[in-house]
Structures are given as C-alpha cells and as structure tokens.
Design a protein around this ligand. Structure first.
Ligand code: GTP
Ligand code: MG
Length: 538
C-alpha cells in the first residue's frame, strides 16, 4: 500500500468528515494540481519562510473588531491571511501579500510614550493595537475516542493534537522575528526551525527548536580565483568552531534578553554538547531553543520528515506512540534519564523497517537512491539520502494501524535491549558497541548513541508499559471478536485504554488509579496532553 494515492486519501477524508459530522455537510472537491508528490522539506520551508517575512504579529485588545482591524491594516496593502490566537492576551498574525506592505505598516507605527519607565529603542514586527473588540477562541473539540474503531481513534488523536496551519505559521514567524534581532550582527543569517516544529511529528505545545544558519556568510561554496588579484574579508580567528558558536549564541542571547520584546527567562546553556540559548517567547507562547552550527540536526529533521511523508501510517504511529509515552511519563518536559521523543521516533521507524514486507526503507537504501544534489557530508559524517519522493518505491504492506500499534508494543516488550542496538541505517539490530541500557545508533553520527541518557529503570518502565499496552490492545480485540464490546461510548476502548494511567505495572511514583469515571479520566488526560508543554531535551 503506497498510502499516498491522492484519490484514496481524498475519499478517506470525505468518509471521515461525513462519519464524524453531526450536521449535514457539503463537501467540495477540487481537482488535484499537477504535482501530487509531497513537497520536499526545503521547498516547504522556503514557502513558510517567505510567508513569515511578509507577516507581523500584533497584540490586540480582547474585543477587537475583526472587520475594522482588517480594513485598518489593508491601507498598507492586500492581506493574504490572518488569524487570532490567545497567549497572555489576544494576538493576530497578519500576512501581507507584499513585503513593502510590512515596511509601510512599520513606518506608520508610533513609539509608545512612557512616563516612569525607560524603553529599549528596538523596533520589531511585534506591535500593539490600541482600540477594541473580537477575540477568537482556539478551543478545539475533544474527539469522542470511545465510539471509534482503533484506526479511527489513532486518526482522531493525530488530527486533534498535531500542529495546526496557524501554529505552524506562527513558528516560522517567530523565527523570522528573531532573525531581525540576529541580523543586527549577521545581516545574511537565516533562522530555521527544526525538530518537531517541522518534521511532521509535532504536537501542539511542543518546543520551538531554532537553528541560526550562517552558512551563506561562512563561504562554504566559495572558490577563490586561481590567479590574479582578489580580496578577502579580514576575520577574527579563534581556536575552535565550538568557541565561535558559543560566542555567537552568547551575544544573540544577550540581545534577546535585553532588547527583544516579550521574551523572558533567557538561559545560555553554552557548555552543552550542542550549545544553546533557551527562552520563553510570551507573545507566541513557545518555549524556544536557539542553536547554531547544528546542521546534523537539520538533516535528522529532514530524514524524519521524509519518512513521515512516505506513508501516512508512519506519522500516525509516531504521533500515537509519542502521545502514549507522554501520558505515561515515559517522556517528560524535564531533561533527565527519560527516553526522548527523538529516540522514540527512531524506535518506531526501526519497527516499521522490520515489518514484513517493510513499510519504510532503511537509511542505507535511501543513501543508495540519492542523486548528486542530495550529497551531504557534515563534519566527516555521511548525511546523504534521497529526498526525491518519486525515486523511493515502497513495498506493498497492508497492515492496519491497529495491528501496527499492537505489534509495536509487542516488539519492544520482547526486544533484547541488553545485547542489541537499534539501527535504522541498516534496518536490523546490531550487537551493542557499548554498555548503555538502551542503545540507539545516531543515524548520521554513527559512533554516538542517541539514548545514552536513558537509565535502566526508565528502560524497564518502557518495557513494562509496552507489555501492558500490548495486553490491553489484545483484550480490546478479543472483546470485539466476541461481539461483547459493551457500550463503546462510555467504556474505555482500544487506544483510549492505553492513555489511561497504568494499572498493571506497579511503578514507583506513578499516580494511583482514581475512582472517577473512566471517560472523565480520558477527557482530563487528553486535556493534559493538549495543554502540557512537551518533552525533554536530549
Ligand atoms: P519534541 O520533544 O516535540 O521537542 O521533539 P523534537 O523532535 O523536536 O526533539 P528535540 O526538541 O529534543 O530535538 C530537536 C531535534 O534535534 C530532533 O528532532 C532531532 O532532529 C535533533 N536531535 C535531538 N536529539 C538528538 C540526538 O540525541 N542526536 C541527534 N543526532 N539529533 C538529535
Ligand atoms: Mg523539539
């Protein structure tokens, strides 16, 4: 099953809409464009960056009149898209059709007058509107998981908690706003989002990982003439690239802390393996991590995105496992000995490579399919893999998501973690090269273990929860076969049972199973999933 067939995908979507809707609906189907392959991540990111650079972020009074607001702004030019959201007040993202409209709008904005305070005279595209009216509620309806089949439950979970179009635009806009700060020193820099903000596996509330890209300045592709006169910049030299990265991040961190409006809690974590500046951006509500010189992470993001787009089951399964792990505290928002979302995702990919026939190809296979434009060596590591979807032929595998989820839990309930390492480059387990409790080979920096932070007790919890979840799914299946599923609208069922606090595994520190109604627990659990700021950093 290729799964990306646009007709099948379209029919499935229509079927889901019709099945879920309580009111009559009209479905309008537009004919597909010429190109039905997914966009490559770089195409997608270029489009998003373009949108972000034509956008402004405006803090609005809570009862802003939308019509008046748009009329007021459209004096500066046509508006492509706008939306409101709430985070410490109501904000509007407004994308103009042209960049000069942004310049015109900024030109017309006044400097606030203050009596007893001082102001940092730094202008940005974060503005405040004075006047009144309209707030848009971003409340989303919780899916009635219990009344659905497991495959649909998984679909509903993904649809409810995945990043929305608006949230995704806002992430690019924050990068673009931060670029304006960094551009004071590095006018040609770009700030790119990476990680779950763009790899397709992000959940509402996940952090915003950003990468300060200075490649256009560093002259990667510059070839000096063989003879004749030429000029070069004089540049300060230091003893290591790491030191350069630390200095740049330190200075940008200072600017963010002192000049950037709406930014709080700036921490410089410069001695980490991958130095970073962490802060909260209040207008967007995002917890942000800014790194520099982190091109391998950008490649891992691209790889994860590619796998997610190859077959829709990949994204759904990764998403569900991530939600499951968060619900059971397998992952956490506090850094520590927990399994990270990145490690968890690699585990799902590995499992999908091990299916018979495999659902996704190995990384070595993707490297073999790569064309010259895909070649990439970063700090001596081969990061080459095919990015052209049309070159990647998938095998015909018809496993349902329900089967895959159950088998995922069984697979890791039985996996020989003590001896074997998980390797998505080869698509098969390898003898462990070192004695970490969990060994997952870093796909690009192959001598590294992406899960070296995980301790034995966390791995044991993961395995015990996999056993429990495999068992719970089997129970649901048996009940359906016997036709005794009871009232599925009130009884926890299928995926819903997996998101409840664990009963079978007696794990220290876990919350006790409360006596409130099961559906209430699921509802509050889903709310927690929705609201919580995710997950740990590795
Ligand atoms: P969230 O938990 O939703 O933030 O998931 P995430 O995928 O964004 O993870 P995280 O913020 O921890 O890391 C951001 C990105 O950095 C990941 O998607 C990977 O591309 C990369 N990354 C994280 N941890 C590692 C690691 O241990 N090794 C390597 N090579 N890359 C990593
Ligand atoms: Mg992240």
């Amino acid at each position: 099953m290729r799964g990306r067939n646009p007709v099948v995908k379209c029919l499935n979507t229509i079927e889901t809409i019709l099945r879920r809707s309580e009111k009559p609906v009209i479905v309008v189907v537009f004919p597909p464009g010429e190109k039905d392959e997914p966009k490559s991540l770089s195409e997608l990111m270029a489009d998003r960056q373009e949108q972000a650079e034509k956008s402004v972020l405006i803090s609005c009074p809570s009862r802003t009149n939308e019509k008046k607001f748009l009329k007021f702004l459209s004096k500066h030019g046509d508006i492509n898209k706008h939306f409101f959201y709430e985070s410490y007040g109501v904000y509007a993202v407004v994308e103009f059709a042209r960049r000069d409209s942004v310049a015109s709008l900024l030109e017309s904005a006044a400097i606030p007058s203050v009596n007893h305070e001082c102001m940092v005279p730094f202008k940005s595209r974060l503005l405040s509107l004075s006047n009144q009216s309209l707030a848009a509620s971003t409340d989303r309806i919780l899916p009635a998981l219990m009344s659905l089949q497991v495959d649909d439950q998984i679909g509903a979970l993904t649809e409810t908690y995945q990043l929305t179009e608006e949230n995704s635009r806002l992430r690019f806009l924050v990068c673009s706003l931060l670029k304006d700060v960094a551009a004071a020193y590095f006018p040609e820099c770009t700030i790119r989002p990476f990680g779950s903000s763009v790899n397709g596996f992000g959940k509402l509330g996940c952090d915003l990982d950003m990468f300060l890209d200075l490649d256009s300045i560093s002259g990667w592709n510059f070839k000096p003439p063989k003879s004749g006169l030429s000029l070069e910049y004089q540049m300060k030299r230091t003893n290591s690239e790491r030191h350069v990265t630390q200095s740049i991040l330190s200075v940008i961190g200072e600017c963010v802390d002192h000049f950037w409006p709406g930014c709080v809690g700036v921490q410089k974590i410069l001695n980490a393996r991958c130095p970073l500046v962490r802060f909260a951006h209040q207008p967007s509500g995002f917890q942000c991590d800014l790194t520099a010189n982190n091109r391998v992470a950008m490649k891992s993001t691209e790889l994860l995105y590619l796998y997610g787009e190859l077959d829709p089951r990949v994204r759904s399964l990764v998403f569900t496992v991530r939600c499951w792990a968060r619900a059971h505290g397998v992952t956490s928002s506090i850094p520590g000995a927990w399994i990270t979302n990145f490690s968890l995702t690699v585990m799902v990919l590995f499992f999908l490579q091990k299916r018979s026939p495999p659902i996704i190809p190995t990384l070595d296979r993707l490297r073999d399919l790569a064309g010259p434009a895909d070649e990439s060596v970063i700090e001596g590591n081969d990061c080459t893999f095919a990015t052209d979807f049309s070159k990647i032929q998938l095998q015909s595998n018809t496993d349902t998501l329900e089967q895959l989820l159950g088998d995922f839990f069984e697979f890791y309930a039985m996996f020989p973690f003590s001896r074997m390492s998980i390797n998505i480059r080869k698509g098969r387990e390898q003898n462990k090269p070192e004695m970490a409790p969990l060994h997952i080979q870093n796909p690009f920096e192959t001598s590294l273990n992406v899960s070296k932070n995980v301790n034995t007790s966390q791995l044991d919890r993961f395995v015990a929860l996999c056993q429990e979840s495999a068992w719970l799914l089997q129970q649901s299946e048996t009940r359906t076969q016997r036709g005794s599923s009871g009232n599925r609208t009130t009884t926890p069922w299928g995926l819903a049972t997996l998101l409840l606090p664990s009963k079978v595994v007696g794990i220290k520190g876990r919350k006790k199973y409360k006596k409130e109604g099961a559906s209430e627990r699921i509802k509050s659990l889903l709310e927690t999933l929705k609201n919580k700021n995710e997950e740990p950093k590795s």
